[in-house]
Design a protein around this ligand. Structure first.
Ligand code: MN
Length: 288
């Protein structure tokens, strides 16, 4: 059985721009090896916004060397980037943005959500790229809720939305550079469910709401994260109420992580180059 190697306490929150009150549940700064190939996970909200005249969010900024994956649970987020891609995503939708060689984007509440206000909840996950793919072309995948397979768990114990990787024969729609599983899981109380991922993959259980017992022994609660051993086969989860969580897994990228703000590279020289290239306008611009 895969066992828990560590449970991380729920961190304090901070704001990203004026639109996203987040808790950083995963960070490469603290746990680079344990969370590879992932770099960061911010859980925004749930937070109720009053109606407003001007969309809240984060204005134009660059990224290089990795991918950002935004999963919306409640509310609506609008995106625009220098590849010309953009759009509005709502509950259940996922935006998979490949920054790679360089992108400039902005992230705001949608016009409609701004006008009505309401509850916003989303996750932004950063996925690292191996050195050989850090200069790949920037790109953008919209994964609508309707395209994401929903697998019911045995005995009405819950559902798994397969965003990336394979679960119980269902393949997630995300195109990834390295082997990754991203499963958006809801559990009903009082039932055991078993999960497995390929040997050698780091496994992280991210609790967004509720409480679960892992392997019939250790309890993890909302805002906490459990790191599981990379081998050992299945692990089980049992919720004691309605629970919402992410299971993240992937083959670790065994390369140095050198990060500076929106850039994640392998060396300090590459970070300096990213700054120069961005200042010289080589990441492109958002079309007006
Ligand atoms: Mn960004």
């Amino acid at each position: 059985m895969r066992t828990i190697t560590r449970v991380k306490a729920a961190p304090h929150g901070h704001w990203v721009g004026d639109g996203f009150p987040v808790r950083s549940l995963l960070s490469h700064a603290a746990d680079a090896e344990a969370i590879s190939p992932f770099l960061l996970l911010d859980h925004a909200g749930p937070h109720v916004f009053a109606p407003a005249l001007r969309p809240r969010g984060v204005g134009q900024h660059p990224h290089r060397g990795f991918e950002t994956v935004t999963i919306v649970y409640s509310g609506e987020v609008a995106h625009k980037d220098s590849t010309g891609a953009g759009g509005v995503i709502g509950p259940g939708d996922v935006q998979w943005m490949t920054a790679a060689a360089g992108i400039v984007h902005e992230e705001f509440h949608s016009e409609a959500f701004t006008k009505t206000g309401g509850n916003l909840e989303m996750v932004q996950l950063w996925v690292n790229l191996p050195a050989k793919d850090k200069d790949a072309a920037a790109g953008y995948q919209t994964l609508l809720d309707a395209e994401i397979p929903r697998v019911p768990l045995a005995e009405d114990s819950g559902t798994v939305r397969v965003i990336a990787g394979e679960f119980a024969g269902a393949q997630g729609p995300a195109r990834t550079f390295t082997p990754i599983e991203i499963w958006d899981v809801r559990l009903n109380p009082g039932k055991h469910s078993a999960f497995d991922v390929p040997d050698g993959h780091n496994v992280i259980v991210v609790m967004l709401a509720g409480t679960v017992e892992v392997n019939g022994s250790e309890i993890i609660r909302s805002g906490q994260v459990a790191f599981l051993s990379a081998n050992g086969g299945e692990f089980t989860l049992e919720a004691n109420g309605d629970a919402k969580l992410l299971i993240l897994a992937g083959e670790p990228i065994d390369e140095p992580v050198v990060a500076h703000g929106p850039f994640v590279m392998n060396t300090v020289a590459e970070i300096r180059q990213a700054m120069v290239d961005y200042q010289d306008g080589r990441f492109g611009a958002i079309a007006v």
